[in-house]
Write a protein that binds this ligand. Structure first.
Ligand SMILES: Nc1nc2c(ncn2[C@@H]2O[C@H](COP(=O)(O)OP(=O)(O)O)[C@@H](O)[C@H]2O)c(=O)[nH]1
Ligand SMILES: [Mg+2]
Length: 260
């Protein structure tokens, strides 16, 4: 995949970051949601500037889909810079652990307000619902600036904005492109799924725990994506392939390794 395969509009990105900066201004605490499969590419260092004076908590989501040993290393590494926890949406103790972590970082703040943010598909709505302990009506990413903001209150008095802030995905390298595409952070129309899968598959060949990652051609045959003359229908198989990856069918994989 060449650098231009995924087109991301700088205007769109700039607008998203401006909106985010507006929302961040009115909170004391930011909860940054990052997919545990992409601890590096799933973050955007521009947040350091936008949230320079805020208290911050990092939440790695989809722990159930990431390599457990990698997640352990990443959490250890990331804690060197700020409080970090890893969660899986279905983990029964997840919401309580999340609220405890938020309470701990909010200690010392008076009547604090918090904003949940992250790149598209990071798991922001899931985190908001876990904090609230129920399905919050409006968890969609915020599309406007400071209009109609609603808050819900936690037992500890902390107020959380009911809509998440969108952090623009940082797609500067080829590696970040295919990884962010695989985890669903990039709209389908903006990348070539076959190329993204080819990159992922090549990465998996070089990684250790990758026996379960099939080539797209093999996947197409095994799932019955076959056209007349026994030709693999890789085009339609590609979408099914990405879906199965997202369900963890190829094993628990972290696309960016933390050194031991
Ligand atoms: N397997 C798994 N799926 C998750 C987890 N967290 C979120 N998801 C799923 O990922 C998708 C996107 O999550 P969502 O919270 O809507 O992401 P948002 O776009 O950042 O708000 C949804 O289908 C969630 O059910 C998790 O910890 N594990
Ligand atoms: Mg959402």
């Amino acid at each position: 995949m060449t650098g231009g395969t995924i087109q991301w509009y700088p205007g769109h990105m700039a607008r998203a970051m401006r909106r985010l900066a507006e929302d961040v201004k009115i909170v004391d605490l930011v909860i940054e949601v990052i997919d545990a499969r992409v601890p590096l590419s799933g973050a955007n260092p521009a947040l350091d500037r936008v949230a320079a004076n805020k208290v911050r908590l990092r939440v790695l989501t989809r722990e159930d889909l990431a390599d457990p040993e990698q997640t352990r290393r990443w959490v250890e590494r990331l804690r060197e810079t700020r409080p970090t926890i890893a969660l899986a949406a279905k983990e029964p103790s997840g919401p309580a652990r999340l609220r405890a972590a938020v309470t701990a970082v909010a200690a010392g703040l008076r009547s604090p307000r918090a904003l949940v943010l992250g790149i598209p598909n990071a798991g922001k709505s899931t985190v908001i619902n876990a904090l609230a302990g129920r399905k919050v009506a409006r968890t969609e990413d915020r599309a406007g600036v400071t209009r109609g903001i609603q808050w819900f209150r936690l037992e500890n008095g902390l107020e959380v904005m009911d809509t998440a802030g969108i952090l623009a995905p940082k797609i500067e390298t080829d590696e970040a492109q295919w990884r962010l595409a695989m985890v669903g952070a990039v709209p389908r129309a903006r990348f070539d799924a076959e190329e993204v899968i080819a990159r992922f598959q090549r990465w998996a060949e070089g990684a250790s725990a990758s026996n379960a990652v099939p080539k797209l051609e093999t996947f197409a045959q095994s799932r019955g994506f076959i056209r007349h003359g026994n030709v693999s229908d890789v085009h339609n198989a590609a979408l099914a392939y990405m879906k199965e990856f997202g369900e963890g069918r190829f094993g628990r994989l972290t696309l960016e390794e933390a050194a031991p």
